[in-house]
Design a protein around this ligand. Structure first.
Ligand SMILES: [Mg+2]
Length: 372
C-alpha cells in the first residue's frame, strides 16, 4: 500500500473572455456569467505519485466548495488511494448532517476525480480506458457560440467557426420572453446550416408546461437532436409528460446534484437524453452508478459541461453519448482535447490528461496543503 501523504486544495477563478447570458438572465433571474470557479485537488502518495481533480461552481458557491473541501481533506491522509468507493463514502458520511447532495458532494467530486486520475496514471492509461471504453471518440457539439447574449448574425458566424473547427453539432439557447424570437433564431440557423447538421436547443428551465408544449410543437419542425431543460429541473413528471407529447427528444439533468435525483429522471421516464454532470453529482464514482441505470433504461447520455472529464465517461458509456464542447476552461489547462470530423477524441495521456497551466496558478486562492 502506498498511502496518501499530501493533499492540496485551492479555488481557481477562471475568467471568461466574454460574459454570456442564457434565458435565466433574460427573465431577470441571474446576471451574465463572467467566470467559473474551480475547486482543485491534488493528491500525492508517500511514493510521490500524484492525482489531479477538480469540481466547479458557476456564480456563487465556490468559497463554500473550498470550505467543505477543507473540512474533509485531512481524512484522506494515510488512506489507500485505490479504495475510491470506500473513500467516497467516508467523505460523504463526514458531511452527512449537511446533506448528501449539492455543495458537499461537489466538494467530494474534486477528490474523487483526483483519485481516479491517480489510479489511471498508475495503470498507464486514460480514465476512459480504465473504465472499459466502448470507443475512442464521441460526437461533440458546441454550446458557447449560441448564447442569447449574441445577436443572430453573430451566432451564424459562431456556427460557421464551430463547424470549420470540426465540431459535430450546434446548440442554441432559447427561452426568450418572446417565443417568436426563439423560433426565428432556430429557423435562421437551420436554414444556414442545412438539413445535415445536428442541432439542439436549451431553454434553461424558463418555461412553464403550457409554454414548453407550445414551443416544443413549433420546434418539432426543425429536426432537433433534443430539447434541453424545457421545465424546472426538478419537474420529473412534467418532463415525462412533455416527452410523451413531442417528437423532439427531451434532455435534462444538469442541475441535479445527486445520484438519487438523477435516478428519478430515469425511473419516471422523464427524458431521452440524460444530462448528468459528474462534478455536480459528486464525481466519477457516482456518475458510474447513473451510467449503469441509464444504460439499463436504454437512455442516451449527453453529460453537461466539463468536457475534460466527460469525454472519458462518454467513451465508457455502452451507447454513444454526446459531449458538450465549451472551451471556457481551456486557459486553466496545459493540454487540449482533439476534435476531428465532428467527434472528440479520448485523450491517450494517462489519467484525466489535464494539468493546471501557469496562468491558472495565478488565478488560485485559498491554497491549503495538508500532509503527514
Ligand atoms: Mg444546458
Amino acid at each position: 500500500m502506498d498511502p496518501i501523504s499530501r493533499v492540496e486544495i485551492s479555488l481557481c477563478r477562471v475568467p471568461l473572455r466574454q460574459a454570456v447570458s442564457d434565458a435565466k438572465v433574460l427573465t431577470g433571474r441571474q446576471k451574465p456569467l463572467s467566470h467559473v470557479d474551480l475547486l482543485t485537488a491534488e493528491i500525492e502518495t508517500a511514493q510521490g505519485e500524484k492525482g489531479f481533480g477538480f469540481s466547479y461552481s458557476l456564480r456563487a458557491g465556490g468559497s463554500a466548495l473550498l470550505a467543505h473541501a477543507r473540512d474533509i481533506a485531512g481524512e484522506l491522509i494515510g488512506e489507500d488511494p485505490d479504495d475510491i468507493g470506500r473513500l467516497w463514502e467516508k467523505m460523504a458520511w463526514l458531511g452527512a448532517s449537511v446533506a448528501r447532495t449539492g455543495v458537499t458532494v461537489q466538494a467530494i467530486a474534486a477528490f474523487d476525480v483526483a483519485l481516479w486520475d491517480l489510479k489511471a496514471k498508475r495503470a498507464g492509461m486514460s480514465i476512459g480506458k480504465l473504465l472499459g471504453a466502448y470507443r475512442n471518440d464521441v460526437p461533440c457539439y458546441n454550446t458557447s457560440g449560441g448564447y442569447l447574449s449574441s445577436s443572430t448574425d453573430q451566432v451564424l458566424r459562431n456556427v460557421d467557426a464551430s463547424l470549420e473547427r470540426g465540431l459535430g453539432g450546434i446548440k442554441l439557447k432559447v427561452g426568450q420572453p418572446d417565443l417568436k424570437k426563439d423560433i426565428e433564431r432556430v429557423r435562421a440557423v437551420r436554414d444556414h446550416v442545412g438539413d445535415g447538421v445536428p442541432l439542439m436547443v436549451d431553454a434553461n428551465q424558463q418555461w412553464d408546461f403550457t409554454t414548453a408544449l407550445r414551443a416544443g410543437r413549433q420546434l418539432d419542425a426543425f429536426d432537433l437532436v433534443w430539447l434541453e431543460e424545457p421545465l424546472n429541473a426538478y419537474d420529473y413528471e412534467g418532463h415525462a409528460r412533455l416527452s410523451e407529447r413531442l417528437d423532439t427528444p427531451i434532455g435534462t439533468g444538469e442541475m441535479l446534484s445527486s445520484v438519487a435525483e438523477c435516478a428519478e429522471l430515469v425511473n419516471r421516464r422523464s427524458v431521452t437524453f440524460l444530462q448528468a454532470d459528474a462534478p455536480r453529482i459528486g464525481g466519477i464514482t457516482p456518475f458510474l452508478k447513473i451510467s449503469a441505470l441509464a444504460d439499463l433504461a436504454r437512455l442516451k447520455l449527453a453529460p453537461h459541461f466539463v468536457m475534460e472529464i466527460h469525454v472519458h465517461l462518454a467513451c465508457a458509456y455502452p451507447n454513444e453519448a454526446w459531449v458538450e464542447h465549451i472551451e471556457w476552461l481551456e486557459p486553466a489547462f496545459n493540454e487540449r482535447l482533439q476534435i476531428k470530423d465532428g467527434r472528440m477524441l479520448l485523450p491517450d495521456r494517462p489519467g484525466l490528461g489535464f494539468s493546471l497551466s501557469e496562468q491558472a496558478q495565478s488565478w488560485r486562492e485559498g491554497i491549503q496543503r495538508i500532509q503527514t
